[in-house]
Design a protein around this ligand. Structure first.
Ligand code: ATP
Ligand code: MG
Length: 366
């Protein structure tokens, strides 16, 4: 069986370091591993509209931002197909058929949908499109027969829902679709990177992000203002590293070699954590170190972004070509789906013959 990746992002803002450690960095590694037959990366504009219906301009403006972030992280149009969801109408058609395989109560139980409804204060007035977006996500994944979906932890219930739809479809209509596997980050700190404010998730919608395209000065300011252990008031106080965003970011980003370069008095992160826990290590010193680590990781991304920013029409061209390629693949799957569901009347010679025969015989009996 072919090995195929599909994943994507909503164009609701620029991408941040949570996206980077949760999914983007992994995508680039997988793209370069040569182990996959195809890599599809989708800008989920139709999904973004499910909770931004009154703000299409926001979605429109952020398409290019997300595409620039992709290219600056090293996604390569030669190796990965980058495309825009709304430009592949087959995805919508698949969703319409999958809707028959999912119950309302199953959607209501989806933990990601539940928490996102709460986050958006949608309780009393959930748009139907938003409520059903897990189904649309199943279409996105299955249209490309994706075997592997690299995402952050918040997406686990979505992939589970997709697997259920695939299972149901194949049971009812015969083996057609592929059940995808989720690929979570290996590093625990990257599963769900917290915000700089200490909130559980760095998220475009919560305004607590360090963006991949932030200037060095913005990154420095954000790091220096980060939430830490609120009980660690004086340098001598013992501090807590668990749940402390500064240390979670270090878990996500720093390697032993960073200590050699920027903080040689410590051998590694364990030694730094031990000192913080014991007391006698101030937040400012740790934050300055984190700033250096982040700047080192983000600098090449920023440089590549500056280059691509000089050629915006070329970036749109990449998306246009990617969308065409994606549509051709999705159309093949949709044709298989319709055949399996017996809604392929005109290509079904047997059906036409059988109906003709039935009526011929009916007439001869009359
Ligand atoms: P929105 O607030 O509009 O939902 P978002 O910041 O949650 O935006 P998405 O586009 O929904 O971003 O998520 C894209 C991908 O990035 C998903 O795979 C998701 O799991 C991952 N991701 C998002 N935020 C984080 C985070 N803080 N830590 C790890 N992974 C993340
Ligand atoms: Mg999200």
């Amino acid at each position: 069986m072919k090995k195929i990746i599909l994943t994507g992002d909503r164009p609701t803002g620029k991408l941040h370091v949570g996206h980077y450690v949760g999914s983007l960095k992994r995508r680039v590694e997988l793209q370069n591993s040569g182990e996959y037959d195809d890599v599809f990366i989708m800008i989920a504009d139709a999904q973004a509209l499910t909770d931004n219906a009154d703000n299409p301009e926001k979605v429109r403006q952020n398409i290019i931002e997300v595409a620039l972030d992709y290219l600056s992280c090293g996604l390569d149009p030669e190796k990965a197909t980058m495309f825009i969801q709304s430009q592949v109408p087959e995805l919508t058609e698949l969703s319409f058929y999958y809707m028959n395989l999912v119950t309302v109560s199953r959607l209501q139980r989806n933990p990601t949908v539940k928490s996102e409804i709460q986050m958006r204060n949608f309780e009393a007035s959930i748009p139907v499109g938003f409520f059903t977006y897990p189904i649309s996500q199943a279409s996105d994944i299955t249209a490309f027969k994706a075997t592997t979906v690299p995402v952050g932890e918040d997406q686990l219930p979505m992939i589970e829902q997709t697997r259920e739809i695939v299972h149901k479809f194949n049971t009812v209509y015969g083996e057609t679709l592929v059940e995808p596997q989720v690929l979570l980050p290996d590093n625990k700190a990257c599963l769900r990177l917290p915000g700089i404010d200490g909130k559980a998730k760095m998220s475009k919608s919560l305004n607590n992000c360090i963006y991949l395209s932030d200037s060095p000065e913005d990154v420095r300011k954000k790091v220096m203002s980060m939430f830490t252990d609120p009980n660690h008031l004086r340098v001598e106080d013992p501090g807590q590293v668990e749940g402390n965003p500064v240390f979670i970011y270090l878990d996500a980003f720093c390697k032993d070699e960073h200590f050699e370069r920027y903080l040689p008095e410590y051998e590694n992160l364990d030694a730094l954590k031990a000192h913080y826990t014991r007391g006698g290590l101030g937040d400012v010193k740790v934050k300055k170190f984190l700033n250096k680590v982040l700047q080192e990781e983000l600098e090449p991304i920023r440089q590549r972004r500056k280059q691509w920013e000089q050629d915006i029409p070329a970036v749109y061209k990449i998306l246009e070509e990617g969308s065409k390629k994606a549509e051709a693949v999705a159309a093949r799957t949709l044709a298989e789906v319709k055949r399996a569901m017996k809604i392929n009347y005109f290509e079904d010679r047997e059906l036409i013959e059988a109906q003709a025969k039935k009526y011929r015989e009916g007439q001869s009996h009359a």
